[in-house]
Design a protein around this ligand. Structure first.
Ligand code: PLP
Length: 372
């Protein structure tokens, strides 16, 4: 199997699995109990929290662990709106956000809040003039993704967050695909993260909250996570997230160089018939969303079962609907159907990537011949 679906999830780093093992086994104490074992588990969790905060590089805030980034995004949006003054009932977001954001916004709209969804240009980037118009004194929160999970483009989050600040609104940054890869703006107030996108375990995410910008309490109970999200934490998952964050920091330059070289090799192997969807300049190299006239992405996936790649987000792939991100950048249904996403990273070798790209290109050519 050649694994090219790094945006859906990343392979766990061996160092992460090793760090988690004792906490998944013999070190099973409840981290919130006062016993010696409990205190050790608590210390391991706090060490992981500190590591993640350090790798984020943001000042004056704290990380609260969540089950997923989806939870963190739901919490940030609903909890901010709940605390906002009545006259600030607007939420501004982008058409290319993850379902976690768009569906939460839709739910909030059904509750009477005003949701403004900004369009993006054909390169996938937001028009800052349109954003400036929408972000005003009625806005409570602006939600924007740093690295897009479907097409890899990097939004100008700093500029948007500064607009929000000037208008007195908060900014939520979905940094799920960016953490450890692209620097996160100091001007944001809330940041959603997910461990399994950075070679950590599934089932754990985090919400970084600037001091004073904490959303309303999410889960009532024992008062864990700054009294905002109750429930017993899993030391194994927290330690795994911390180990993955530490590794991402240590390997950042090496990983970035590797991914940059892989992206060039992939495009060479695919050939000139393939077009990259989204900006060529503002992008994370480990995400290559490409299309070819006459290709059928779903059939390519079916024909090449020993290569794991996808049509876009894991959620969109199952639905049979064209991706909302590809539609937002102006692709028609035929172009969207002829698109595929290749995601690669730390553990991808150039040899396997080139082999996969050649086979994908060959299969697309065969499709064209059958159609002709
Ligand atoms: N945001 C982005 C950009 C993502 O890629 C994903 C996962 O696909 C999420 C949010 C949701 O993350 P999680 O799987 O932790 O719920």
């Amino acid at each position: 199997m050649i694994y090219l679906d790094y945006q859906a999830t990343t392979p766990p780093a061996p160092e992460v699995v090793h760090a988690m093992a004792p906490w998944a086994g013999e070190r099973f104490a409840n981290p919130h109990s006062p016993s010696k074992w409990g205190r050790e588990a608590d210390a391991a969790i706090e060490h992981a929290r500190d590591t993640i905060e350090r790798e984020l590089g943001l000042e004056r805030g704290r990380v609260a662990f969540t089950g997923t980034a989806t939870e963190a995004i739901n919490w940030a949006l609903k909890g901010t709106i709940e605390k906002a003054p009545q006259e600030r009932n607007r939420i501004v977001t982008l058409a290319t956000e993850h379902a976690a954001t768009l569906d939460t916004c839709e739910w909030l709209a059904s509750r009477g809040y005003e949701v403004v969804i900004l369009p993006v240009q054909s390169d996938g980037l937001v028009d800052l003039d349109i954003a400036r118009e929408a972000i005003d004194e009625r806005t409570a929160i602006v939600a924007v993704m740093l690295v897009n999970n479907e097409i890899g483009v990097i939004q100008p989050v700093s500029k948007i967050a500064r607009m929000a600040k000037e208008a007195g609104a908060l900014t939520l940054c979905d940094a799920v695909q960016a953490f450890g890869r692209v620097a996160i703006s100091e001007d944001v107030d809330l940041v959603a993260l997910s461990a399994h996108k950075i070679h950590g375990p599934k089932g754990i995410g985090a919400l970084w909250m600037r001091k004073g910008a904490e959303p309303a309490e999410l889960i009532h109970g024992g008062g864990q996570e700054l009294g905002l999200r109750s429930g017993t934490l899993s030391p194994a998952l927290c330690v795994g997230f911390g180990a993955a964050a530490k590794l991402a920091g240590e390997r950042a330059t090496r990983d970035q160089d590797h991914v940059g070289k892989l992206a060039i090799a992939a495009r060479d192997a695919l050939g000139p018939e393939w077009t990259v969807n989204g900006s060529l300049d503002c992008r994370y190299d480990g995400n290559l969303n490409i299309r070819r006239d006459g290709a059928d992405g779903a059939r390519l996936i079916a024909d090449l079962r020993d290569i794991a790649f996808s049509l876009g987000s894991a959620c969109a792939s199952g639905s049979g609907r064209p991706s909302h991100v590809l539609r937002a950048i102006g692709l028609d249904n035929r172009e969207a159907r002829s698109s595929i996403r290749l995601g690669f990273g730390r553990y991808t070798t150039k040899k396997e990537l080139v082999e996969a790209c050649r086979r994908i290109a060959e299969a697309a050519r065969r499709q064209e011949n059958v159609e002709a």
